[in-house]
Design a protein around this ligand. Structure first.
Ligand SMILES: [Zn+2]
Length: 526
């Protein structure tokens, strides 16, 4: 979308002005200002591919998809990098033995890379179902070992790391003499040292708090690469620093991820970047809050761990029914990304109803017949202007998606008034209302009427980047409307065979057709 068409949509002047985002580093909302005018570099920590994505993975994916969509909508050219962690990492530096991917490979009798590929494909399927746009670059950690070794060398050369029995550790005490370790999480070194006191002996490390930059592989460790220090593998914080720098530069705009990554992962990323290049790498750190299940933290050991595909099929004892990918997306967007979200069947059922109400509103717009002249009972252009402005204001206020949704519900109320013939609207106001609704519901919030299932088909894979969501929604909707018009013609001609055939085939595809006095309406029950 070019800037001139945006200026019409964004009457505050300066389409890119006024976006506030909460920076975890400064603990306040800041006016977003990119390093290079008109461009944004954004890095988000991606999945470790040794298991299926769960609800906790959907949250950062949807949060940063919302940001990606909005930045593009307001006219930025965005490079969005999200990594795939396919290098086996140990749970903690203190762990010995197998990494997670190798362990899974042994249990399933597969090559480690077969495991990584399998779960990468499944992650992509889930992302597509949730209508998350693919990132611009999706680098694999295993494909960037050279860059990670280079990073470790630079940190060693600058004196902030040491070698010990083939492994390399980051020297936190040394780093903290010159810089401040703990800026992002608000900890100081003493807190970190005290918190780690109960752990096992120091072993290879000078200090228990030091973290691995490179680990010498144990004999049973399958995933290993040669390095100047040993055959081994990079420490788990290295890949994001090395790949962020490679694709976005020594300084870039936004780094995102879940709040659980603030410490130690992102704290260590900051330390690695500063220790290697002498200055910060990221301007805005953004973190989404966590998803809890019935008030509890989600975890495999707690038995409340529900994968996204289980949500989509309903195949889990904690689920009362299946929930469509769009219900999950809507559920997540109904909360501000910095608030916690608690899953329960009741909350998801409410989200399902809410989404349906919104989509009914959208379809209702298509059934409104405009009047030629505005009367006393007409919906005014001022209403649409104010609706649009409130939606932009909400998005500019640190992506307040719940406010956008409540404004769209207000639009649904107006649409129903028009459908009930309690108010009138002229064609230009109706067109503006339709444009505003579809821009926010489909292009920015990334919702779709088709519940996400249709997006799982092969043919959809490549079309999503270039095509706007609202255009796609409109095309799908029009195709169904066209069939219903054919059916209306057949009925008028008393051609019951054709009329029934259209109805039955649409029903078989999952559409529910209702005949009303104003003609037939449809919903998709898939
Ligand atoms: Zn990361």
């Amino acid at each position: 979308m070019n800037a001139s068409s945006n200026e019409v949509l964004h009457p505050t002047g300066g389409v890119r002005e006024g976006l506030l985002i909460y920076n975890t580093l400064s603990r306040q909302k800041e006016l977003f200002k990119p390093l290079v005018e008109g461009r944004v570099g954004m890095y988000v920590c991606g999945p470790t591919v040794y298991g299926d994505a769960h609800l906790g993975h959907a949250r950062p994916a949807i949060t940063f998809d919302l940001l990606f969509r909005y930045l593009q909508h307001i006219g930025y050219k965005v490079r969005y990098v999200r990594n795939i962690t396919d290098v086996g990492h140990l749970e903690h530096d203190a762990d010995e033995g197998e990494d997670k991917i190798a362990k899974k490979a042994r249990l399933e009798q597969l090559e480690p890379m077969e495991v990584a590929q399998y779960y990468t494909n499944r992650f992509h399927d889930a992302m597509r179902a949730l209508n998350c746009l693919p990132p611009s670059i999706e680098p694999h950690a295993s494909g960037h070992i050279i860059e990670q070794i280079q990073l470790v060398k630079e940190i060693l050369d600058n004196g902030f790391a040491y070698e010990s029995q083939g492994s390399v550790y980051f020297d936190i005490e040394k780093y903290n003499e010159k810089y401040h370790y703990g800026r992002l999480s608000g900890r100081n070194l003493d807190d970190v040292i005290n918190a780690s006191r109960e752990l096992d002996g120091v072993g290879e490390k000078r200090n228990q708090v030091d973290f691995a930059l490179w680990k010498a592989a144990q004999p049973e460790h399958i995933m290993r690469w040669p390095s100047p220090w040993s055959d081994g593998f990079p420490g788990w914080h290295c890949e994001c620093t090395a790949m962020g720098r490679k694709y976005l530069g020594e300084r870039f705009d936004i780094h995102g991820g879940g709040m659980d990554l603030v410490f130690p992962h992102h704290e260590c990323e900051i330390a690695q970047a500063v220790a290697s290049q002498g200055h910060d790498i990221v301007n805005y750190w953004m973190h989404n809050n966590m998803v809890t299940i019935n008030g509890q933290k989600m975890g495999k050991s707690l038995g409340n761990f529900i994968t996204l595909s289980q949500f989509f099929t309903g195949d889990h004892e904690a689920l009362k029914q299946a929930y469509s990918p769009m219900t999950i997306r809507f559920f997540i967007l109904q909360a501000h990304y910095r608030s916690t979200v608690d899953f329960s069947n009741e909350a998801l059922q409410a989200a399902e109803k809410g989404l349906q109400r919104l989509m009914e509103g959208w379809k209702g717009i298509g059934r409104i017949t405009p009047v030629a002249n505005a009367g006393a009972d007409s919906i005014k252009m001022e209403y649409v202007d104010s609706l649009r402005q409130k939606c932009y204001d909400a998005m500019n206020d640190d992506l307040a998606s719940p406010t956008v949704i409540s404004e769209l519900f207000d639009a649904c109320r107006v649409i129903n008034t028009l459908l009930d013939h309690k108010a009138t609207v002229t064609a230009d106001v109706l067109a503006a209302l339709k444009e505003t609704f579809s821009t926010f519901a489909f292009d920015i919030l990334g919702l779709t009427m088709f519940n996400g299932h249709v997006l799982l088909s092969e043919g959809e894979k490549c079309s999503m980047v270039n095509e706007s969501s609202s255009a796609r929604e409109e095309a799908f909707g029009k195709a169904v409307d066209m069939l219903l018009e054919q059916r209306a013609v057949a009925k008028a001609n008393k051609d019951w065979a054709t009329s029934d055939k259209i109805r039955n085939e649409l029903t078989a595809l999952g559409f529910e057709i209702k005949d009303t006095k104003d003609g037939a309406t449809w919903t998709l029950n898939k």
